[in-house]
Write a protein that binds this ligand. Structure first.
Ligand code: FAD
Length: 298
């Protein structure tokens, strides 16, 4: 598969995209549990599966390996994430060449988080990039990629303001980005306000909302605090009511992700991107409910 131009054409056509995000398993591309998840997602016919990219050589190879296996052994297209963390520009060029060899022509171009952890300063590699925009420019230079970038409904944690974020998103588009995917969030109003600000700044590319069906309250609270997303009190109370019941938590997580997805699609979102956390069950249930309710057409 070479989904680069195909995904770009689909995005340009205005047809909604449905996508799933996985992360590479530490057991490699042959991890049976991860592969089972991939195979369970395949019948939903996603527009693409995106694979995250971590810091460190072996993690990066695992991203490539799982992308390659999905491209070769399923009917699904992949989007490989790529970050500037601890990488020289030459090393980034080499990874991009490997993506091409693996059949991956769509890349989510990211800066990555500071390696020393949350709330620490970003340190630019002496021969590397400071901002994701530079990676977008490199991808443009190296080939015919469909390029995605990150967007932040509740402001990037290091950013001085939401308006600054919007200007950066517009610059990413000018540099060659074709679409954006948002950080996870829980209130539709935060997504639509981001879209309004982005439009005012000149952004015309699709901004796809990122949704994480909650399966574990402690985990989501950690993610929310890392990403700067607020976990609203009203939602927390719904989980509190079932806190000692694992299945109950998953049910509430599916309900909340479904309600959020309905509000987003009905409000005009150009697609849905699900953070699956390598577990397909909740995402599949949300997806099925959306299809049954006629909210999404497959
Ligand atoms: C959908 C999605 C997927 C992700 N996948 C991964 C992944 O696979 N691996 C991973 O490590 N991380 C991933 N992340 C996290 C991401 O790397 C972090 O959120 C990171 O802190 C910011 O990345 P960015 O691409 O937005 O960086 P940038 O766009 O470079 O922004 C970083 C900060 O710099 C500011 N900035 C950017 N450009 C300029 C400029 N020209 N002038 C002044 N200020 C500027 C921005 O406002 C922001 O505060 C993902 C995030 C999202 C939303």
């Amino acid at each position: 598969m070479t989904p680069g131009p195909a995904l770009r054409d689909l995005l340009a056509s205005g047809r909604p995209t449905y996508s799933f995000e996985i992360f590479p398993s530490k057991h490699g591309a042959n991890d049976p549990a991860l592969w089972q998840t991939v195979l369970e997602l395949e019948p939903l016919k996603p527009t693409f599966v995106s694979v995250t990219y971590g810091a460190g050589g072996s993690t990066q190879e695992r991203t490539l390996d799982i992308c390659r296996r999905i491209e070769e052994q399923t009917g699904m297209s992949t989007v490989g994430h790529l970050t500037c963390v601890d990488s020289s520009v030459d090393a980034l060029r080499a990874v991009i060449r490997k993506y091409v060899d693996a059949g991956v022509r769509s890349v989510l171009a990211l800066r990555g988080d500071p390696t020393a952890g949350p709330n620490t300063s970003w340190v630019t590699h002496p021969n590397g990039f400071r901002y994701a925009i530079q990676l977008v420019e490199l991808l443009r230079e190296l080939g015919d990629f469909t390029i995605g970038v990150a967007a932040f409904p509740e402001k990037h944690p290091e950013s001085p303001s939401m308006q600054h974020d919007s200007r950066i998103l517009a610059e990413k588009q000018r540099a060659g980005a074709h679409y954006a995917i948002t950080q996870l969030f829980f209130r539709p109003v935060d997504y639509f306000a981001l879209v309004d600000r982005a439009h005012a700044a000149g952004v015309t590319m699709p901004i796809i909302p990122g949704i994480m069906p909650v399966t574990n309250v402690a985990q989501i609270e950690r993610f929310a605090s890392l990403s700067g997303a607020e976990f609203p009190v009203a939602l927390r109370e719904r989980f509190e009511a079932v806190r000692d019941d694992e299945q109950g938590v998953r049910e509430v997580g599916v309900d909340i992700a479904f309600e959020l997805s309905v509000a987003l699609v009905q409000g005009g979102a150009p697609g849905l991107h699900f953070y699956t956390m390598n577990k397909s069950a909740s995402t599949r249930r949300v997806f099925q409910r959306l299809a049954d309710a006629g909210i999404i057409q497959r």
